[in-house]
Write a protein that binds this ligand. Structure first.
Ligand code: DQA
Length: 160
């Protein structure tokens, strides 16, 4: 069934797949932060974009953002048994965090890694991603659209 906004409406919340969307450090400064790289749209616009994509796909999403590695590790741990998958932009922790990698491996939920920019064409230190060692898919360089592609990927994966 579609609602007036063209979104899917599910009468039974329990059958909706639940995805935790995690954004790491400094992504809260989108719009202000290096707009030539990350774009002019702010973090609120990204959150709205993700919610609209989730609505269209019939997904339940919870969004969190933190500048702190341990808070992200805690969120991943808490996702166990509550969520069906994780969409994560670990931001700078992509390139440094064994703790986030280990948390993802521990809960073993289907995970998509997303980056607004193409980290493979930026500074050398951005070319390696710890999270990629676990993620089922990594999407880079597609801006906001990378998040919708990531959600779509999770839908397909979870429907198998
Ligand atoms: C980023 C890329 C990272 O290298 C950087 O530290 C970020 C954002 C991206 O979305 O392109 O904070 O993850």
């Amino acid at each position: 069934m579609l609602c007036c906004r063209g979104c899917h409406v599910y009468s039974d919340y329990s059958i909706m797949k639940k995805i935790l969307v995690i954004n790491g450090p400094n992504l809260n400064l989108l719009g202000l932060r290096e707009p030539t790289l990350y774009g002019a749209r702010n973090f609120a616009a990204l959150q709205q974009f993700i919610r609209e994509c989730a609505d269209k796909l019939g997904l339940h999403v919870e969004l969190m953002q933190s500048n702190h590695e341990g808070v992200i590790v805690d969120a991943i741990q808490d996702a166990y048994g509550k969520f069906d998958g994780i969409l994560i932009n670990p931001a700078a922790y992509t390139h440094t965090s064994v703790a986030i990698l280990d948390a993802l491996k521990a809960v073993a939920l289907p995970t998509v890694e997303v980056h607004l920019t193409d980290i493979s064409t930026r500074e050398d230190f951005r070319k390696f991603s710890y999270v990629s060692l676990y993620a089922h898919k990594t999407i880079c360089g597609k801006g906001f659209d990378g998040y919708s592609e990531g959600l779509q990927y999770l839908v397909n994966l979870l429907s198998k």
